[in-house]
Design a protein around this ligand. Sequence first.
Ligand code: GPQ
Length: 839
Amino acid sequence: MTSLIPPGCPTVLTEDDRTGTSIETLRRAFMDNLFFIQGRFPEVATKNDYYLALAYTVRDRLLLRWLNSAKTYRDQESRTVCYLSAEFLLGPHLGNNLINLGLYEAVEEAMRQTGLNLKELLDQEEEPGLGNGGLGRLAACYMDSLATLEIPAIGYGIRYEYGIFDQEIRDGWQVEITDKWLRYGNPWEIPRPELILPVKFGGHTYSYTDDQGRYRVIWEPHQVVQGVAYDTPILGYKVNTANLLRLWRAEAVESFDFQAFNTGDYYGAVNQKIASENITKVLYPNDEQLQGKELRLMQEYFFCSCALQDMIRLYKQSGKQDLSRFHEKFTVQLNDTHPAISVAELMRLLVDEHLMPWEQAWDITRQTFAYTNHTLLPEALEKWPLDLFGSLLPRHLQIIYEINRRFLDEVRLQYPGDNDRLRRLSIIDESGCRYVRMAHLAAVGSHAINGVAVLHSELLKQTVLRDFYELTPEKFSNKTNGVTPRRWMVLSNPGLTRLITERIGEDWVKHLDQLRQLEPLAADAEFAAQWRSVKHGNKERLAQYIRDRIGVTVDPHSLFSILVKRIHEYKRQHLCVLKVITLYQMLRDQPHLEMVPQTFIFGGKAAPGYYMAKLIIKFINSVADVINRDPVVRDRLRVVFLPNYNVTLGQRVYPAADLSQQISTAGYEASGTGNMKFALNGALTIGTLDGANVEIREAVGAENFFLFGHTVEQLQELRCNGYRPWEFANGHPMLKRVLDLISSGYFSHGDTELFRPLVEHLWQDDRYCLLADYQSYVDCYQRVLQVYQDQAQWAKMSILNVARMGKFSSDRAIREYCQDIWHVQPVKIVLPATAYMTS
Ligand code: GPQ
């Protein structure tokens, strides 16, 4: 029997079909699943049948580890991290699970022997797009690191029936297509139809004094729905730990409202069912832009209530009835304010349903929660109109009033007479229409508050949460984001992974700091040549994809300059387009100019209701059309917009980048994580001093980073003195020509109206200071091109970037959370001698 299992990879002793890992067993198990789960024989099986048969084969190996983890946590009563997030942007499971199981090569060989190609099967998987962007993807990286570090953890969220929409580009515009990711079934989840929890909405409350003299409040809801659990195992890298991701789906309590049904109101009865199921129907596709819709608040409350009820259920399973040690069993992280309602919900559960005195419940609540803030953008800060909130969650509004009353009493003691401060700190915004401020609820109800990069955490203390910082500075800390090297290197960049591992061994996958051993190799010409050849291969594959997908030919020898992320004005995709038009203008002026050939690649989705973001997509495509067709350009400049940027596409794009564009206005990008994925894969960065760019530059060395643009302080000064963007435009002839060319209709078939809003915004207001940063960006780009001409120098800088990116592993971030906030320890999972855990 041949075995390709890497040494050190955990296996069970027995070699049965559900847990064995030899190539022969894997082949047999795969055929078994094709027959008995898919009900197919090879002659009629589709690629999807094969994909599912393989997925089930891998899932069995996961389940062995998952059940053992669950049993160990239960037996040892382990302290558990609960990560509450409205989004988990996981990306495809199959490849990642093969990497983490250490079975990638074995399965590749088993498929080859069966006459199949693993890569083709991997391409069959519909990615679960249960998130918008950075915040949701961070949650997924953190789940990977928690399992890899053997920390007991549960992720709680929503099982959206439709995830983030698929983006098509028609006539240059974004068109949204429903994401039917569950159409062909989801082999990675296990439905738990018996694990259902009731969630109440609306109605009213009344109070009374019970026979023991206790004040009690009863909430009589208008509607009750059921949360049904769907469980997905999250496996760590080459460990036996598999943690639980538990997502909730909403159902009607009864499939019909029988009373309405009996009185003949059939449609009314069915409507009730539909209304319940609507709660988890679709992910809100807005990134950092509040919608304020009632259904969104229902989603948030729905999953938080399910999560907290589930935790209480698990707590009681261990035999303890009294909830006084709840915070010792669980520590709960709030991923932004989307789950902040949990603070009020835990109070309700403890006080109303478990009859705990308020003070004790409040102590437990505060010791349970910690809050991560992910943005300073005012339009992203969640607040709910009081009447909407009160009509949906009447009891929670009362509880919030009581929390607020007690909180403000404490503030009053510390700052007597400072009514302004009370108004600023209050959980209720009374400055106009009254609102519940969710960030304030999260801050008051948590024992720890953090930002996601050093700069962001500092700005948080100076701006959005300034008064809270003055009140309780000890609660604040920074936890710089990180990304998992498993998905973002080992899986997506096998070429570079192999090259690195050949030189420094494989330890770096779990201890990313070890990449530092590459530093001496930066001066090694042979290594640099191999390094460049890996990058070139990755670029060739992306070029092929671009040709297949959008029919544009790009030269893999050209500089690949890439900007992929959600489309947002603060991220300034349009600043990069201004630069592209500048280059184009130069080529038109001097047709024989010798210029480094460059390919600009864009990708990203716009929120469907965000007009400016959609116009920016149209703008990129329109400029691309003109430039790619103009013979004057020859092969010196190409512009590409990749449709439907998602995790799967990210895995193709990051490894193929020469230059990573991180060009947000300083002070607006909380951290960024794409910036880390690019640099880890050997791209150099052109960027502003924003978010984690600051720390990346510090880590890789200023000389290996292309810095441009105003700093936060400089922008502040600029604005204080009255920012007049038109002065910048009039002061720079090239910039003025670029703006005039756009206005003339050159990129819009003579239509002078199409891009007018874009150009006028820049001239008149330019909230994100593109014009102020334009010159510095263009100058910086010249330096980029100069260095790129010296390929040896470029490779050296690229190697040094990778060698020094160790800090940006999500493992480092999770270790910091564990030590400073969660106070949890690893728990080793040992596999038993038999698959059924009977020994
Ligand atoms: N982020 Cl508040 C999102 O992706 N969505 C959101 O709703 C909010 C933040 C991002 C943020 O823009 C990035 O700078 C961060 O790197 C990322 O969260 C993770 O912290």
